[in-house]
Each structure stands twice: as C-alpha cells, then as structure tokens.
Design a protein around this ligand. Structure first.
Ligand code: HEC
Length: 104
C-alpha cells in the first residue's frame, strides 16, 4: 500500500511538472520506453502494438488514460502478467509514454 501511494505521488509529480519537461527529456524517455517495450512487450503486442497474441489488446486502438495504462502494466490484466516487480516505476512511466505515442 505504501509502495502504491508512493507510486501515485510520483505519478502526480510527473504529470504536474509535465509542462516543464524539456523536449530532450521527452525524447530520452520515449527511447528508453521503446527499449523496454522491445524487451518485455513485443512478444504479445508485436513491433507496432497490434499483434494481439493471446487476446492482447491492440495498443494503437487503446483509449485508456495514462494512469489506467500504468495500472495495467503494474498489476497486469487477464493473461498479461504485471510488471510492478520487474520494471521500476520510472521504466513503467517511460514504456507508457512510448506506447501512447503509437496510437492512431
Ligand atoms: C504474455 C503476453 C503479454 C505481454 C508480454 C504483455 N502484454 Fe499487454 N496485454 C496482454 C493481454 C492478453 C492483454 C489484454 C488483457 C485483457 O484485457 O484481458 C494486454 C493488455 C494490455 C494493455 C491494455 C490495453 C487496453 O486498451 O485495454 C496495455 C496498455 C498493455 N497490455 C501494455 C503492455 C506493456 C507495456 C507490456 C510490456 C511491459 C505488455 N503489455 C506485455 C498480453 C501481454
């Protein structure tokens, strides 16, 4: 529970200072996000997010908010395992940013 509230406060901090983040930082975290995506997510979601192995949702068609995406990546959903114990909170935010840039 403590971990979760820490996570939420980090997330809120992240969102609230979003306007001040320089373009360089955004590019950097998006490319880290891609590296994480390639390492952990591509098997089911595919290179472009549409593969849908085992019922995986098309990430390009997703309408979830960033917070909802972060929750799913952290705790998992259906046959997708959570990554809360595998990725750091920062990495989860980076991969979330990356997959939302894929959207149509
Ligand atoms: C073992 C296969 C598998 C892997 C690996 C996997 N996913 Fe998934 N993912 C799924 C499945 C299956 C669903 C659909 C879950 C459901 O709705 O029941 C899903 C759903 C999602 C959703 C919700 C999409 C929506 O609009 O509902 C997101 C976001 C997501 N995955 C991101 C990721 C990310 C990021 C990674 C890598 C850190 C990842 N997934 C790794 C199988 C996987």
């Amino acid at each position: 529970m403590l971990k979760r509230s820490l996570f939420v406060s980090l997330l809120l901090g992240f969102v609230s200072c979003g306007g001040k983040v320089s373009p360089t930082n955004n590019t950097e975290s998006a490319s880290n996000g891609r590296i994480i995506y390639l390492a952990k997510c591509i098997a089911c979601h595919g290179n472009d997010g549409t593969k849908g192995l085992g019922g995986a949702k098309d990430l390009l068609a997703s309408t979830l908010t960033n917070k909802e995406v972060i929750d799913i990546i952290t705790t998992g959903k259906g046959s997708m395992a959570g990554y809360g114990a595998i990725l750091s909170e920062e990495e989860i935010i980076q991969v979330t940013e990356y997959i939302t840039t894929l959207r149509r």
